[in-house]
Ligand binder design. Structure first.
Ligand SMILES: O=C[C@H](O)[C@H](O)[C@H](O)COP(=O)(O)O
Length: 237
């Protein structure tokens, strides 16, 4: 059976591994969520196993990250135990030229923002399909909301010009439930998001909203996996 990866998976693997290669021994590492970061977590585990990397500790951004860290032998710590995170590696659903992001395609953006924003260096790992000129043009903006506040939050989002929809489970009847036990509302803005910095704050000011998926001014470095002439490569900005 062929184990050849499709081009998008190949880009994710390439960029995840390239970011993992940046981590130095002794670091506290923020472990992001999603299919791209999963390759980075795997590569970190392999570096630990080979002895190329020593004495790192991971801070998870989700239950998925905890499961992967355990699978690949990365010791975990918590924000209560550390006074810094040296480097965080995490994926994104959209990246604009100013390094602003939409995250939360896996409903993990609340813990991700806490960990990624706390890190001295936050490396974003994406395949080239995630690059956009304007946020909100290819992906709906995720907003985590406390369940009893769902209706008033939706009304407030409509008043802001957004089209909200409750995210529903796959192979689970009813809504998606986050790691915090909340709902996710995905919001469409017909013309995209004109002012991400302002919208990030405005949404978080609606009572009942826990966190939204706009990450403005948080990323240090964007690493982009590409495939050119059939060959995978990584570029940075
Ligand atoms: O909630 C999920 C996260 O923000 C992910 O980092 C994001 O959705 C990107 O995931 P993937 O690398 O699987 O495209």
């Amino acid at each position: 059976m062929s184990t050849e990866l499709d081009p998008t998976t190949l880009m994710k693997k390439q960029v995840g591994e390239a970011a993992a290669a940046r981590v130095q021994s002794g670091s506290i590492v923020g472990l992001g969520t999603g299919s791209t970061t999963a390759f980075a977590i795997q590569a970190l585990g392999e570096r630990l196993k080979s002895g190329d990397l020593k004495d790192i500790k991971g801070v998870s951004t989700s239950f998925q990250a905890i499961v992967l860290a355990k699978e690949y032998g990365i010791p975990l710590t918590t924000l209560d135990e550390v006074d810094r995170i040296d480097i965080a590696i995490d994926g994104a659903d959209e990246v604009d030229p100013q390094k602003n992001l939409i995250k939360g395609g896996g409903a993990a953006h609340t813990q991700e923002k806490i960990v990624d924003a706390f890190a001295d260096q936050f490396i974003v790992v994406v395949d080239s399909g995630k690059l956009v000129d304007k946020l909100g043009t290819t992906f709906l903006l995720p907003v985590e909301v406390i369940p009893m506040a769902m209706s008033p939050v939706m009304k407030a989002i409509v008043a802001l010009g957004g089209k909200p929809q409750l995210r529903m489970g796959v192979k689970k009847a009813g809504p998606v439930i986050t790691d915090q036990g909340n709902f996710v509302i995905d919001v469409k803005f017909d013309a995209g998001i004109d002012n991400p910095a302002e919208l990030e704050k405005t949404l978080n000011n609606i009572p009942g909203v826990l966190e939204n998926g706009l990450f403005v001014g948080v990323a240090t470095l964007i690493m982009v996996g590409e495939v050119k002439d059939g060959k995978p490569s990584v570029r940075e900005f």
